[in-house]
Design a protein around this ligand. Structure first.
Ligand code: AMP
Ligand code: MG
Length: 484
């Protein structure tokens, strides 16, 4: 019995300049690693059908399901500040879209599904490790309430891919509210194809920002709203210690979802200069630089949209600058609100910024574990993170007084703090360990166990205590790789 996916495709209707039609390349012997049953149901797809032989044929790209119109999307992008006019889906293929149970349009994309017109020197494939990392991290982000693409399924291909060495191949089925990136706009703007920029803007407005259409200047409203979504997204990363790692303009979704989990990682010990990606030698995408990079990327979007904003170039530039100037206040507000919540404050007072800054300074001096510090701020496990106990105790007295000034206390605020400070995150050393088990021994138990541990990251669970433990010095992972 073949699996039914209720496709309702719209991107394909934009026309051939937006993509290249291409079917996935079949693989030798696909096997299901994991299926996201709840997400399948939300998409209107029978999870049992997907888990069956026929479903796995679809998830591996061996069978193109009825109603799919597979394509590789065209896009450009600034990679580490350098513009590349043609990137595009080099190893991903959009099967099509469905309208989910909430009425939201979602893309179904296979990642690692073979060569496309945009593969350049790549092989169109994905190695197992990055697929497992993206699965876990994107699902954790969703569980933690961060806008993100989702993982519907992961399969192994039964084929090797060659990176530094031969590795098992895999395909991830990714779900996104769309895969349109800042780089998608840049692709057409760089060619001076402003009819296509306009067409894309209209499409994005209809799909993601329908109220922009009702305004005097829909393109300006679109830009303003994309800026607002990014100014809401980046603080959520920072509140979890998340480092995206490759915030190139082609890895920034215009829908405001986190996308493309290449060399991403969560910080263990607090230091805003933390970088994991092996190729980010200058720290361009360091933890503490992510808001600056978001503005830089949004400025590239604004440039691509300029001719749509106003006929007069100077007017257009003024409008773009005005829109971009929203980012910092929006970002600061969301960041500070979230940080206040992390320490249990529900009101705003003048000295809050100093209180938080002083905590961060102490954390930085001790490389305090970011996750444990906030989860256990009033407990021994929190205090243990600090070398200078006197300084931390002094801070704690100020914090307690501040809580009392709003009728709260460390104890009374605990439930609220626990609801925003996860007990467990996908720690990098544990991800590396489960990837090793999967790659070297085809053992997926550690993957499944960590996946379970992260399903409800804010709920204490002694079964998953091992996932709370930061790396020992010898376990610390300091570098991650794109794995492309
Ligand atoms: P990323 O750094 O993963 O966001 O990818 C940047 C660009 O390289 C995108 O156009 C990808 O589609 C392309 N790419 C990455 N890995 C591969 C691969 N193995 N084969 C073909 N294209 C790839
Ligand atoms: Mg990418």
């Amino acid at each position: 019995m073949s699996v039914h996916i209720p496709f309702d495709n719209s991107y394909v209707q934009l026309g051939g300049s937006f993509y290249a039609r291409v079917d996935p390349t079949p693989v030798a012997s696909p096997a299901l690693i994991h299926l996201n049953h709840a997400l399948a149901e939300q998409l209107g797809i029978d999870p049992d059908g997907l888990a069956d032989y026929d479903g796995v044929q679809v998830l591996s790209g061996n069978v193109v399901p009825e109603g799919a119109e597979p394509l590789a999307m065209a896009y450009a992008g600034h990679q580490f500040g350098q513009f590349n006019p043609q990137l595009g889906d080099g190893r991903a293929i959009l099967l099509g879209e469905v309208v989910d149970k909430n009425g939201q349009r979602r893309d179904i994309q296979l990642k690692g599904s073979g060569l496309t017109k945009f593969s350049r020197r790549g092989d169109g494939r994905a190695a197992l490790g990055p697929v497992l990392r993206e699965y876990l991290v994107s699902e954790f982000m969703a569980a933690a309430g961060v806008p993100t693409t989702r993982a519907l399924a992961a399969v192994t291909t039964g084929e090797a891919v060659y990176r530094e060495r031969a590795l098992p191949g895999a395909v991830l089925t990714r779900i996104a509210s769309s895969h349109i990136r800042i780089g998608t706009f840049q692709f057409f703007a760089a060619r001076g194809e402003y009819d296509s920029v306009r067409q894309l803007a209209d499409y994005v407005i209809a799909r993601h920002y329908p109220d922009a259409k009702e305004t005097d200047n829909p393109a300006l409203s679109l830009l303003t709203q994309i800026i607002a979504r990014q100014a809401a997204l980046i603080p959520k990363w920072l509140h979890l210690g998340f480092i995206h790692g490759v915030m190139n303009t082609d890895n920034m979704s215009v829908s405001g979802e986190t996308i493309d989990f290449g060399p991403c990682a969560f910080m263990d010990g607090y230091d805003p200069a933390t970088v994991f990606s092996s190729i980010d030698v200058d720290g361009r995408y360091a933890y503490g630089n992510q808001s600056n990079i978001a503005i830089w990327n949004l400025s590239r979007l604004a440039e691509a949209l300029l001719p749509l904003l106003a006929e007069d170039k100077k007017d257009a530039i003024d409008m773009a600058n005005q829109a971009l100037s929203d980012f910092v206040p929006l970002f600061n507000h969301a960041y500070e609100q979230g940080m206040r919540r992390k320490i249990g404050l529900t009101t705003e007072q003048e000295d809050d910024a100093a209180l938080l800054q002083d905590l961060k300074s102490l954390m930085r001096a001790s490389h305090a574990d970011f996750t444990l510090t906030f989860r256990y701020l009033d407990q021994a496990k929190g205090r243990e993170q600090f070398e200078d106990k006197d300084a931390f105790n002094a801070w704690k007295t100020r914090w307690t007084q501040r809580l009392e000034s709003e009728g709260s206390s460390p104890e009374l605020s605990q439930a609220a703090r626990n609801a925003v400070n996860p007990a467990r995150i996908p720690r990098n050393h544990q991800i590396e360990a489960l990837i090793k088990a999967a790659v070297d021994h085809a053992d997926f138990q550690p993957f499944r166990q960590m996946h379970r541990a992260l399903e409800q990251p804010f709920i204490d669970n002694t079964d998953f205590a091992a996932y709370e433990v930061p790396p020992l010095p010898e376990e610390r992972v300091t570098e991650t790789f794109c794995g492309t």
